[in-house]
Each structure stands twice: as C-alpha cells, then as structure tokens.
Ligand binder design. Structure first.
Ligand SMILES: O=c1ccn([C@@H]2O[C@H](COP(=O)(O)OP(=O)(O)O[C@H]3OC[C@@H](O)[C@H](O)[C@H]3O)[C@@H](O)[C@H]2O)c(=O)[nH]1
Length: 342
C-alpha cells in the first residue's frame, strides 16, 4: 500500500515484526538496540531508556571511542545486554527499535582512519537497515550538522542541501552521513522501513572523552590543567552547543513521534570560539591564557540550527544554556582528572 510521509512517497507498508515477536515467548517489553551505546551520547541515551521498566536495552559497540566504563551501572542488569560488535559486520538480534549511533564523531578520530569511518557510515548503516527490515524494527539514524558542510545558508534549515566537499578530509564523515541518510530514505521508500533521522549539532556534557579533541572538552581539560586554551584560527568561526540531556530528550521524542525527519536537534545559541574560550576561562580559571593556534583548511565557518521543525513536530527545544551546562561538565572532568576546587 502506498503511503505519504512528509511528502515522501513510500511504496510499501512497514514490514511486520518477525513471527518470533508474536510467538508464545512474546513479552510486552520494548527491546531496543543502541549501536554506539558505550559512547558519549549513546550511554546517556541508554541511561534514559533504562529508566523505563518496559525497556530492554541491547548495546553494540566496538569501543573505538566508547568505553564499558560509561555503562558500568547497567552491566549485570537483567534488562541490559552489552555486545562487543563492529557494525560493519552484520548483526542479528530480535528488536523493536534501533538507535543507530555508531560512528566516531570527533574530527581527529574520524579522520584517523577515514576508510573505516566511511565503511562504518555506509556498510554499518546498510547492516542496521537490513536488520530493521528483517525484524520489522523502527530505526533512527543519528546524522549530523556536518551534512550542511561549510553552509552558505545561516541558520541551517533541514531543507538546505548543504555545501559539502566530496573529496576533502572531512568527507569520510560528512559525505558518509549523507549516504547514510540516502540509504535510510531508499529503504523507507523501497521496503517500507520505519525511519527517523536526527541531524545532531555540536553536543557536549559529562562523559565526553577527556582527550576527545572537540572544542568544549579541549577547553575544559586545558583550563583544569592550567594550560592555555587553544583557539584555532581565526576564532571568529561559530558553533551552537547542545547539552547532552537535551540531545537525548530530542532523540527519544523523534523515535517516538510520527515524523521521519530529517530534523535538526541542537541548541540555537551561537558562539564564536573566542567567546567560548572566554566563557570557559571565566567559569573555570580566570588566570588561564587563551592562545590562537593553526587550524585545518576544512573547518566550517559558521553553524547554527534552525529548530522550528523540532519545536513544531516534536514539541522539543533545549533547556540547558551553555552557562548552565559547562559547570556540569566541569564537575565531571574535575572528578576524572582528580583536580579539586581550590
Ligand atoms: O582545541 C580546539 C578544538 C577545536 N576548535 C574549533 O572549534 C570548532 C568546533 O570544532 P570541533 O572539533 O569541536 O567540532 P566540529 O564542529 O568541527 O565537528 C563536529 O560537528 C558536529 C558533530 O557531528 C561532530 O561531533 C563533529 O564532527 C572548530 O571551529 C574548531 O576549529 C578550537 O578552536 N580549539
């Protein structure tokens, strides 16, 4: 049966859940797979999903940037399972929903092995779509604001097609995620898979790797170690930073809602990197220096989400401002670095 979703023609109805789900072993629980669930956003998502006693959560992670430590409170819990698995290999598990987060997200990590990054985005997403098709699961892809490239429209709406270099050093990630979005819509139109796509803007919060390389974690770790904050030139480039609890709330609303997306999930508060450095300095250590260092030529100059769609379709908007979120992250970094308040 043909269906219209968001103006997109879907030629088939969604596949029915596997017969196993209707068998005598059927449980009323919702079984949810989270790929990349040992990572920064993934583990916060798992915490929220586990709060609901109807949910069983299976995490698949290869621990490239994620860590078992992020999930330690759930290991051994009867509603929780953890699998060491790389999504570039097929995975067969009976689930109702798939949150597909697996992919390194920090530029220094995704550029480290670009061929692996694009395999993760393309083969990994194909594998997860194959699983969704086989078991009739709904699948949510965490895409990225990087699909807009170095945007010529500001702020970015979902209808903007982007300004992306197909042969640059970021392409393994931004073009990889663009192909992942294409695959999602092709499976939706051709096979009737129920899809959701979130375009995640820069996110920060507790549990980011201390040496993650992204700007908020770098500045907080540098300020706590008494090192100069490294603002990459020119320092006037902008980003919009979303606190992780707001992000997780947006992802769950998108999964539970009726719209396929893509939907921008991010905080529209926009800051230059120099402003961010000054804010971290003021909050963490006013004596620390700020220095300008070299940048890579591929760095997008501006980024800010238009979140009209998220507000209207999901009833979602972020609640935590940068000034409220930074101290929460600082506290976590202090504990992990063993740097106590004077
Ligand atoms: O130490 C640093 C690190 C970074 N920066 C600057 O901070 C800005 C943000 O850089 P980050 O490395 O944190 O993140 P980017 O915005 O480049 O990429 C991110 O975009 C959105 C997500 O999908 C991903 O998490 C990631 O790809 C850039 O302008 C960068 O030049 C610094 O000024 N100093």
């Amino acid at each position: 049966m043909a269906k219209e979703t968001n103006g997109v023609h879907r030629s088939k109805s969604p596949p029915s859940p596997s017969p196993l789900r209707n068998s005598k072993f059927f449980q009323s629980n919702m079984r949810i797979l989270v790929t990349g669930g040992a990572g920064f956003i993934g583990s916060h998502l798992v915490d929220r999903l586990m709060e609901n006693e109807k949910n069983e959560v299976i995490v698949a992670d290869n621990y490239f940037t994620g860590s078992k430590d992020n999930l330690r409170k759930w290991i051994g819990h009867p509603r929780f399972e953890l699998i060491r698995h790389d999504v570039t290999e097929p995975l067969l598990v009976e689930v109702d929903q798939i949150y597909h987060l697996a992919c390194p997200a920090s530029p220094i990590f995704y550029k480290y092995n670009p061929v692996k990054t694009i395999k993760t985005n393309v083969i990994g997403t194909l594998n997860m779509l194959g699983l969704a098709k086989r078991v009739g699961a709904r699948i949510l892809l965490t895409s990225t604001s990087e699909v807009y490239g170095d945007p010529l429209e500001h702020p970015q709406t979902e209808s903007y097609w982007g300004n992306v270099n197909p042969i640059g050093v970021r392409s393994c990630y931004d073009e990889g995620k663009r192909v992942a979005e294409t695959l999602m819509f092709d499976y939706h139109r051709q096979h009737g898979i129920e899809i959701r796509i979130a375009r995640i803007f820069n996110t920060y919060g507790p549990r980011m790797n201390i040496d993650d390389g992204r700007v908020v974690s770098n500045f907080i770790a540098q300020a706590l170690r008494g090192e100069a904050l490294t603002v990459q030139a020119p320092g006037t480039q902008t980003r919009s930073f979303c606190f992780v609890s707001d992000m997780v709330d947006g992802l769950i609303r998108l999964m539970e809602g009726a719209d396929t997306g893509p939907i921008n999930i991010g905080n529209p508060g926009e800051f230059t990197m120099m402003e961010l450095a000054e804010t971290v300095k003021e909050l963490v250590d006013p004596n620390v220096e700020v220095k300008i260092v070299d940048n890579t030529p591929d760095d997008p100059r501006q980024r800010k989400p238009d979140i009209t769609k998220a507000k209207e379709l999901l009833g979602w908007e972020p609640k935590i401002t940068l000034r409220k979120g930074l101290p929460l992250m600082e506290e976590d970094f202090r504990n992990r670095l063993g740097v106590h308040r004077k």
